[in-house]
Design a protein around this ligand. Structure first.
Ligand SMILES: Cc1cc2nc3c(=O)[nH]c(=O)nc-3n(C[C@H](O)[C@H](O)[C@H](O)COP(=O)(O)OP(=O)(O)OC[C@H]3O[C@@H](n4cnc5c(N)ncnc54)[C@H](O)[C@@H]3O)c2cc1C
Length: 448
């Protein structure tokens, strides 16, 4: 059996490794268009400061995959076409054109950077204006930062990657301006929690320009002039963090069915609309645990898990991909920001009759020093009392407490059942009535 995997990061190398475990005799070839495989993209913002090493993000090298797992990793091999009738992929490598037949194919092409329509951006890409998507992007930004430690950085886009990078630029001593085109940052966050992020930015000297569009970039001497809909900014370095889209063009051209956001549509066994082709990771869709709808959730655990399952299924097993909740967390200076399940807008779009409560409570017992305030926003369904979603922001506790809510959502619990849960307590970790239990109690009343 010859298995070909396209793409060699989280989903692709998980798929290839699991296929090797499932079938010691299979011929497994990974075709990766870049020069790196198996790296921790999530760590990129944290490796920007001079003291951190970008290369530490490399998990297992291509050589080790070849030697230890007998996986034929081919770098600099870009697949340009999938011929489903001939069961063949073809493309271009540094040695010229290639074509390879397959018995099973797993598409793990991930996501691609979305290039916003900004005049002058094309000429400044990787020469002053950078995306932060791949390990190579990280190396290029780091080289630029090392050559010219920036005094002023403009970050375009206030999503979690833009904000994580902002923190790291600021800690390098740069003055950072974040420019966000939407009227508010992170629209899925409730307004009061969003305000805490804005306050945190201000407390660390970061300027946030929301409802502001970057119109053009131009290099003038050593400086990049950033023309926005509000005013002119000057930067030594511009980070373009305006989001990603599923890299599903190959699949689309091959006539495979697409799902949410144009990601490759999969069945529960990660098969595409062609039974010989599976897909996993950011290029593909998933099923939402609450709505049952196709969703696009480009996150790492999901990519690794789907890759593993696809690797098994390509070798004849039939393992089902669990549904997703979009559980996510990130850090912004002294705050943890976490979410799971649906936002108000997503619940409304799914036709759910939802109500929310929001509470603020201490992250430690009142008499125990330190800590701060945790904001908990909890959403549930009127009538059934079922939990639908949660967002938390606080100086500590949010990152871990969100997992309790994710478990409750997976189990289909009601607000009342969450309130009845026997959760851990000790003064350094919260009041005996955890902020989560207080929110669940209030939500249960609001829903009845
Ligand atoms: C800066 C940053 C921070 C992040 N932080 C977090 C976090 O904190 N938590 C979290 O859950 N997620 C995070 N993520 C998201 C997470 O990294 C992704 O969900 C994960 O990397 C997806 O893995 P993937 O294998 O599906 O796709 P990708 O990582 O996009 O890899 C796809 C690979 O396919 C290759 N490829 C594409 N087309 C072809 C082709 N035609 N031929 C050959 N090869 C091809 C690409 O070169 C690429 O190497 C972060 C992402 C970034 C960029």
């Amino acid at each position: 059996m010859r298995l070909i995997v396209i793409g060699g990061v989280a989903a692709g190398m998980s798929a290839a490794s699991q296929a090797r475990r499932a079938d010691p005799n299979a011929e497994i070839i990974v075709l990766e268009k870049g020069g790196d495989v198996s790296y921790g993209a999530c760590g990129l913002p944290y490796k920007l400061p001079p003291a951190a090493r970008m290369e530490d993000l490399q998990v297992i090298s291509a050589e080790r995959f070849r030697e230890e797992r007998k996986i034929d990793v081919r770098l600099w091999h870009e697949v340009e076409r999938i011929d489903r009738d001939a069961r063949e992929v073809s493309g271009r490598s540094r040695d010229g054109a290639f074509a390879l037949g397959y018995d099973k194919l797993i598409i793990c092409t991930g996501a691609r950077v979305w290039t916003p329509p900004i005049t002058g951006l094309e000429t400044l890409w990787w020469r002053g204006a950078y995306p932060l998507k791949t390990l190579e992007d990280g190396r290029l930004i780091k080289a630029a930062l090392t050559a010219n430690p920036p005094r002023h950085v403009v970050v375009i886009g206030a999503g979690y990657i833009g904000l994580e990078a902002t923190e790291n630029f600021a800690e390098m001593g740069a003055a950072v301006t974040v420019v966000e085109a939407l009227p508010e940052i992170l629209p899925w966050l409730p307004a009061a929690q969003r305000a805490r992020l804005m306050d945190e930015a201000a407390a660390h000297g970061v300027e946030m320009l929301v409802g502001t569009r970057v119109e053009s970039l131009a290099r003038v001497g050593e400086t990049i002039q950033v023309t926005t809909s509000q005013r002119l900014l000057e930067a030594d370095l511009v980070l373009v963090a305006t989001g990603v889209r599923p890299e599903s063009g190959l699949a689309e051209a091959a006539g495979l069915r697409l799902g949410a956001a144009g990601a490759i549509a999969l069945d529960a066994s990660l098969r595409t609309s062609d039974p010989h082709i599976l897909a996993a990771g950011d290029c593909a869709d998933a099923i939402h645990a609450i709505t049952g709808a196709s969703v696009w959730v480009p996150l790492a655990l999901r990519a690794n898990r789907a890759g593993k399952l696809a690797g098994d299924n390509a070798c004849g097993r039939d393992r089902r991909a669990p549904p997703v909740l979009g559980t996510a967390v990130f850090k912004f200076f002294g705050l943890e920001i976490a979410r799971t399940g649906l936002s108000s807008d997503e619940a409304a779009a799914a036709g759910l009759d939802a109500a929310a409560v929001e509470i603020v409570a201490g992250t430690r017992a009142g008499y125990y020093p330190g800590g701060g305030k945790l904001s908990v926003w909890l959403l549930g369904e009127r009538g059934t009392g079922r939990l639908l979603g949660c967002c938390m922001v606080g100086p500590e506790a949010a990152a871990h407490k969100i997992d309790t809510v994710a478990a409750a959502l997976h189990a289909g619990l009601t607000a009342e059942q969450l309130h009845a849960m026997d959760l851990a307590y000790a003064p350094p970790f919260g009041p005996s009535w955890s902020p989560l239990l207080i929110a669940a109690s209030q939500l249960s009343k609001a829903l009845s």
